[in-house]
Ligand binder design. Structure first.
Ligand code: ASP
Length: 377
């Protein structure tokens, strides 16, 4: 029976993804939690950030305490609007700034999202925007379900005039309830824009249109009642197949601390001390944020050569914000992280090192996992 339900769900998921890819309106219920009900089940997991912030007064846009309001209270304020869209339940995972979470917390968050997806049709996670792109990419790499996972937050706290907080939460629930991003992996929804976890980045410290996906562009937009998807992550091609899952099943990875991976930034005449210290401090991997197509200073390069000899694996990225760094195809201890930003390459290297010691395999994951390239015949 479980298998039958799984096949039915996979089939529904595939149809939803294909329909979404061609822009069709999807109706019809999935074979799982929301089956037979008028509205789907959506769980909203709160972690804090500006979206749950309380301002000093109604115009203190940047002077506020983040992580104050409970997610249940925020959703309750939207009940009149969301009740017709979804049966919404809430879970308070935490209530603090995004930058305060640890990798161990991330691991627990994946477990919470996976558990919520077993009982619901989709999940929304609210986080601070500062490291939302890291939350999103982590979940994209580790959540085992192909049901929609939508991250949202806000640039203005809930309590100022002109806040984007309730609108973003409402739109995220609406997007999740539509199930249009089934098989997309994790997506980010802010400022009416839907972005892919692997590509999105915060590009401005203060503006509300801060999230941008660079050359690949946004996935789509929400224009009031219209959810428009212009494109899909290439991962939808694997929808309904076991290859859709990433290799990072945290249930099969040791409970202990995950590998330690740090980031070293290059600039004119940068010293090698950071790399030497990271390697000496027990780093298993180091990501370099290089100039241009991954270049690092001579001192950093010398320090890297020494660290590689000690078994530290490097991923090379660019500090420019876009473009790619390609590596050699032979095992050299340095992998080209292609178009991943330093902070996302760090998460992929960390999970890769947790899953294998095979540099060739890790190199392959860097150039194939979730990349924006469609396979054409
Ligand atoms: N400091 C906040 C955070 O990332 C900023 C935000 O939510 O926009 O938690």
């Amino acid at each position: 029976m479980r298998d039958a339900l799984r096949i039915a769900h996979r089939t529904t998921a595939l149809l939803l993804a294909l329909a979404a890819a061609v822009g069709a309106t999807v109706t019809g219920a999935s074979a799982e939690p929301g089956a037979g009900k008028d509205v789907p089940d959506v769980a909203v997991i709160g972690t804090g950030g500006t979206i749950s912030g309380v301002s000093t007064n109604r115009v203190s846009f940047q002077d506020y305490r983040s992580g104050q309001l409970a997610i249940s209270k925020m959703v309750d304020e939207l009940r009149p609007e969301v009740d017709g869209l979804a049966d919404v339940t809430t879970e308070q995972f935490g209530n603090k700034g995004s930058g305060s979470y640890t990798i161990a917390d991330y691991r627990r968050l994946t477990a919470s999202v996976d558990a919520a997806l077993k009982k619901n049709d989709a999940v929304v996670v609210t986080t601070g925007t500062d490291t939302m792109e890291e939350f999103a990419y982590w979940l994209d790499l580790t959540v085992r379900s192909d049901k929609p996972v939508v991250l949202t937050g806000s640039m203005r706290p809930w309590t100022v005039i002109g806040t984007d907080a309730p609108a973003n939460l409402y739109n995220a629930i609406k997007l999740a309830a539509s199930r249009k991003t089934t098989c997309y992996g994790t997506v980010v929804m802010l400022n009416d824009q839907i972005q892919a976890a692997r590509e999105v980045r915060k590009t401005n410290a203060l503006r509300m249109d801060t999230f941008d996906s660079g050359p690949t562009g946004e996935l789509g937009v929400i224009d009031q009642d219209n959810i428009r998807l212009h494109r899909a992550p290439a991962r939808v091609q694997k929808c309904g197949r076991s290859s859709w899952d990433t290799p990072f099943d945290l249930d099969t990875i040791d409970d202990g601390p995950l590998p330690k991976v740090e980031i070293a930034y290059s600039y004119q005449d940068a010293g090698g001390e950071a790399i030497t210290a990271f390697a000496g401090g027990g780093a298993d991997g180091i990501v370099t944020a290089g100039t241009g197509a991954g270049g690092i200073s001579p001192a950093m390069s010398a320090a890297r050569t020494e660290a590689v000899k000690k078994g530290v694996l490097f991923a090379s990225t660019t500090r420019t914000g876009s473009g790619a760094v390609y590596g050699s195809s032979t095992a050299t201890g340095v992998i080209g992280a292609e178009d991943l930003t330093p902070q996302k390459a760090r998460l992929l290297l960390l999970l890769s090192l947790a899953a294998t010691e095979d540099e060739k395999q890790i190199r392959e994951w860097f150039s194939t996992l979730g990349t924006a390239q469609f396979v054409t015949r």
